[in-house]
Design a binder for this molecule. Sequence first.
Ligand SMILES: Cc1cc2nc3c(=O)[nH]c(=O)nc-3n(C[C@H](O)[C@H](O)[C@H](O)COP(=O)(O)O)c2cc1C
Length: 308
Amino acid sequence: MSSFENLRVVDNFYQTSLFFPMPTVVISTLCEDGTTTLGPYSLVQPYYVAGKDFYAMLLSCRNSSNTAQNILRNGKCAISFVDDKPKTFKECVKLSWPGDKPEDKMPGCAFRLEKSQIEEETGEARPMVLTDAIQAIECTWVRTLDNAQDDKPGELSGYEPPYHDFNGITSKFGAHFILRIDRILMKKKYHDAIINGVRAQDFPPLPVDYGYRDSKNFWFHRKRWMRAELLPMRKQSLDSVRYAADRADDKIRFTDDALETILNVPRVFLPVVLKGCVEWARENGVELVTAEHMKIINDKRSKEKKRK
Ligand SMILES: Cc1cc2nc3c(=O)[nH]c(=O)nc-3n(C[C@H](O)[C@H](O)[C@H](O)COP(=O)(O)O)c2cc1C
């Protein structure tokens, strides 16, 4: 017998039928007059995380919002992650009244804004970024995905069909935006923690948001103490790695000490790792890959990752 109750799945199920932990971000977009407006959002998540030509976020929002209308118009936004202070969350909630125009809410808004780094460097018009943010992502809507390039702003009382499946106008009142990541901005303290390796005390104070509930309140909690859970290392045997290595190429071979360096690579990733090594060996005219070569390959890979 099940140990659960069955709950009805209704509109906005993530906040009406579930306890769904979400981030709190403030999205800035560019209005027609070139000013920046802000809206608080939670339904944002990484979308393309690897293996594509670009990285992307996904935003799910009301299509009549200032944010959606501005993205439809000029494609640019910045997603700023705010801290967990109650007064910051209060400021977010203040910006959330549906139907408020930028001229209604921006004059009384306490968040400080600064020019986008990309705009500073290229002159391209971009929405401003929250100075008070811990981190921010500057984005451009990929309007060609799902053929959404012809979706236009201007319809504030509901869009008529046809609707897209996952990008652009996706229902009468809804929109989804796949947002290419143009740049990640991070305050120095947290930037340094990522570069040097994080400890529990280095994580930023980000709130966890449970959405609008009981037709009255937005619920959130502050950051809690971070705990680390060690992934138990599973080492493969040298024989099993040798088996895969001998089949990676008909000419290029690996010494035992070269293979020792990749014993802890999970089996599913081994072919990709070996392929990378073989490519490097071919480019460098190496026929027997040693531990020394593996170190060079590894350094090259981490440098490339950093550059990205
Ligand atoms: C913390 C918080 C999170 C929110 N998340 C979302 C969301 O993910 N999607 C959405 O459509 N509305 C969300 N809202 C409601 C929007 O903020 C609201 O529609 C607002 O009017 C949007 O502002 P804008 O029209 O200036 O874009 C959220 C509100 C708050 C306070």
